[in-house]
Design a protein around this ligand. Structure first.
Ligand code: TXA
Ligand code: MG
Length: 341
């Protein structure tokens, strides 16, 4: 049985974690699957229950910003200044910082054997309190079976792990809906966004104007170099049916072609798009009327049709290619077998 832990029962959550059990926890982005970061066996079981490849390192969640210096290798002070600015502006919040890791603190399973570690201070007081009660940071990949959409509600976590994990901290659906921006602070050329998220390149540049910020993939990489964020190379966010990402401009034509071929489809789209096309299918999912509501609802939309075998394809509205849509587009395109724009 997976115990649903209420806000006033965090002691129980901490005790479960200390006993080596896994406890899912809420954040502002998605739910994480927690284990205490220095308990090697528990961290290993995070990989096992998720079915996660072992070369994909985990994010370490801390309870207070200054804890990053307990785990980061000392350096010249330049990185320190950058971290101070980022933390002051974006922490607690959806930004993970990849920094050189001190030796012999985390077992190699946490970092995938790399010399760096991803650290994040989540904007969820319940979870920060849970970490304080355990007395050590907790690892937390998204609490979904590898390859499935990340969980944005308690129900999503239970769908994948009920009876498999020790507990879950009860909370409302997550506010942002996609995972944190992962920012690499270890490259001499500048700061590198390894995974796009709510915190955009412009937001970072505004705070740190004197250091260049790059998007991974937009700078030349030696072809033999391992992918910087190992997680980005795997299949992601796949529901049971194929997903097609379709821009608003292409909706008329694409849906007509599905209808012509008598392919039954579900439509996840903004209110405006549903008003116009919703009557073409009985099965739809509302993404609200702006990028924030759509991002918040995206993973729920991808999971919504899982148990509806009569649906052959899931059509999801694709937003235009501008910076504030980057995280939404990144996750949706990764989930899609076809992109129509
Ligand atoms: O919002 C989030 O970040 C959520 C919540 C639960 O905090 N967590 C999350 O974890 O998305 P996960 O494991 O699903 O994704 C972590 C990503 C992966 O792409 C991984 O490869 C990358 O971060 N990553 C972790 N440590 C890294 C490191 N040392 N160097 C480069 N990439 C790293
Ligand atoms: Mg994940």
């Amino acid at each position: 049985m997976t115990k649903i832990i209420q806000a006033d029962q965090l002691e129980e959550g901490a005790a479960l974690l200390q006993s080596g059990a896994l406890v899912a926890f809420p954040t502002e982005t998605v739910f994480g699957l927690g284990a205490i970061a220095n308990q090697e066996a528990a961290v290993k079981s995070v990989y096992t229950v998720k079915g996660r490849p072992s070369d994909n390192p985990l994010i370490v969640h801390i309870a207070d910003a200054n804890q990053i210096y307990d785990y980061m290798m000392d350096d010249d002070g330049k990185r320190h200044q950058i971290i101070e600015k980022l933390a002051a502006n974006f922490w607690p919040g959806p930004l993970t910082l990849v920094v050189p890791v001190k030796k012999d603190i985390f077992p190699a399973v946490v970092t995938g054997g790399m010399e760096t570690v991803g650290i994040r201070l989540p904007d969820q007081e319940l979870t920060r309190e849970l970490i304080r009660k355990t007395g050590f940071p907790i690892v937390g990949p998204s609490a979904n079976i590898s390859g499935k959409p990340s969980p944005t509600s308690v129900d999503h976590v239970l769908h994948d792990f009920d009876g498999v994990i020790g507990g879950i901290i009860n909370a409302e659906p997550t506010r942002i809906g996609v995972e944190s921006t992962v920012l690499d602070l270890t490259d001499e050329r500048g700061l590198i966004i390894l995974r796009p998220g709510y915190i955009t390149k412009s937001m970072i540049t505004e705070v740190i104007p004197d250091v260049p910020v790059f998007l991974a993939g937009s700078i030349a990489n030696d072809a033999t170099e391992a992918p910087k964020a190992p997680g980005m190379k795997y299949i992601h966010y796949s529901p049971n049916q194929p997903v097609v990402a379709v821009s608003r401009e292409n909706m008329t034509q694409f849906l007509a072609s599905l209808s012509d071929q008598e392919i039954s489809f579900a439509l996840a789209a903004t209110d405006k798009t549903l008003e116009r096309f919703g009557q073409m299918t009985e099965v739809s999912f509302k993404l609200g009327n702006n990028i924030d509501s759509a991002t918040q609802a995206l993973f729920a939309a991808l999971r919504f049709f899982d148990d509806q075998p009569n649906i052959q394809q899931i059509v999801v509205e694709l937003f235009p290619d501008i910076e504030e849509n980057a995280a939404y587009r990144n996750r949706l395109i990764k989930a899609s077998s076809l992109v129509v724009e």
